[in-house]
Design a protein around this ligand. Structure first.
Ligand SMILES: *Cc1c(COP(=O)(O)O)cnc(C)c1O
Length: 374
């Protein structure tokens, strides 16, 4: 047996007719940029997430760069974020010459440790950029509280967090990731829970002014054709991607349910393995298993063994951002964020997608156990 880390082709072959029809209809229409399917998809995202405004762009990275620009994360101002994330969460801050200020992660959730944010706030701080990683959201109660007390803007990197929800202040309503801060972003990179057949991204907000700016920024800063109010970007979602994503969104709740089921298959099989730790969920929230991680003893040897046994895995993230060459100028050194550094040496993502079978999960877990028996 071979278990791939990720395979988009199973879903395609299951729903081939639906995808083919959606793609073909865009080709027939000849409207490849910001066609009708794009507006329809934006409306569907608003409906699904409860956001007042949804502005599609060319990628999650672009969404972060554009939103950072709009929120004033620039000109030597400071923005607090986590070092344990994908590069784009911090490069979007540095890109406009603002300074990413890192805070270590929580050892259970791997998200930013909200208890360590306040000590980093100073008069130069303008924002907080929490990332909702892997399967759960950051502590949005604490983050929003700190933001309102200190007049900071919050940009949620919800690139991995589609479908995740956080308990509302009334304790009943769950708010979708990305819709709690000033702005939020999603990525539709193919591996993501809502993934396209290429790059794609979305900015969401409940603020009319911010939404209007995002709409201008994605078309070179134009308020109308050839009238440029700002220096903007060329960053739009392809109509074909919107058509594919609309098909996927229709089936998303089922996919999310299936991911939860798969996560339970893993938990059941690995719970008694003393060399493996399974991360927990914190806070009143609805997780989505975009990634299923374990903390593994002798991680790198396990990876090699699993590879030999035809099991694909991935490491998110092998080097925390404060130790990356591109951030040398920030002056961080090894030891600055001990939790992030430790987790980066032990974390391992196992294959999880709605189409994976229980036999395949069995195969992966048996291989893991066999490795530790040796
Ligand atoms: C995937 C991802 C991004 C970037 O999204 P792209 O669509 O690949 O540009 C940003 N932040 C995080 C946390 C991600 O996982």
């Amino acid at each position: 047996m071979e278990v791939k880390f990720f395979t988009p082709t199973r879903e395609y072959s299951e729903k081939k007719d639906e995808f083919d029809k959606a793609i073909q209809s865009v080709i027939n229409s000849g409207s490849f940029i910001m066609g009708k399917e794009v507006t329809d998809f934006e409306d569907a995202i608003k409906k699904y997430t409860g956001a007042k405004y949804a502005i599609s762009v060319a990628s999650g990275t672009d969404a972060l760069v554009i939103a950072s620009d709009i929120l004033g994360f620039k000109d030597k101002k400071e923005v607090i974020t986590s070092p344990f994330t994908f590069l784009a969460s911090a490069s979007c801050i540095a890109m406009h010459n603002a300074k990413p200020v890192f805070v270590d992660i929580d050892e259970t959730t791997f998200n930013i440790d909200a208890n360590k944010i306040e000590e980093k706030i100073n008069p130069n701080t303008v924002g907080i950029l929490p990332i909702h990683l892997f399967c759960q959201m950051s502590d949005m109660d604490k983050i929003m509280d700190l933001a309102s007390k200190n007049n900071l803007r919050v940009l949620e990197d919800a690139a991995e967090a589609f479908g995740m929800r956080w308990k509302g202040s009334n304790g009943i309503v769950y708010k979708h990731s990305g819709t709690i801060g000033d702005m939020g972003i999603f990525s539709f990179f193919p591996t993501k829970t809502l993934g396209g057949y290429g790059d794609g991204g979305m900015i969401v907000t409940n603020d009319a002014k911010l939404a209007e700016m995002a709409k201008m920024f994605r078309v070179h800063g134009a308020s109308k054709k050839y009238h440029y109010d700002y220096l903007g970007y060329n960053s739009r979602l392809d109509t074909i991607q919107a058509a594919v994503l609309s098909v996927k969104l229709k089936h998303l709740d089922k996919s999310i349910e299936k991911r939860l089921k798969v996560s339970n298959w893993y938990k059941k099989r690995l719970i008694d393995c003393e060399y493996v730790k399974i991360p927990g969920i914190k806070g009143e929230q609805k997780p989505v298993y975009y990634v299923f991680n374990i903390l593994a003893e002798s991680r790198d040897k396990l990876v090699a063994y699993l590879k030999q046994n035809n099991v694909g895995t991935s490491i998110y993230y092998p080097i925390p951002l404060h130790l990356q060459k591109c951030f040398n100028h920030l002056g961080y050194k090894e030891g600055d964020f001990p939790v992030a550094e430790k987790v980066s040496k032990e974390i391992l993502a196992l294959p999880i997608y709605p189409e994976i079978t229980e036999d395949e999960v069995d195969f992966v877990c048996t291989a893991i156990k066999n490795f530790y028996k040796k």
